[in-house]
Design a protein around this ligand. Sequence first.
Ligand SMILES: [Zn+2]
Length: 68
Amino acid sequence: MLTCKDATRLMSEAQDRPLSVGEKLQLEVHLAMCRGCSNFREQMNFLRLACRRFMQRRNGDDDGSSPS
Ligand SMILES: [Zn+2]
């Protein structure tokens, strides 16, 4: 069973490298049971999306669908 510390570490490592099947499984089990870590993941996904949109706008790739 993962601790919350292990779970958050795996989630951030997943940004940089593919997780093994075992790691993914343990993470999913933990997330299914832990509200705190599942909130953390949502926030991280949100930040990643926001960051990507910001970079796209900087690169002039914006498709005009977002108000500026
Ligand atoms: Zn947790």
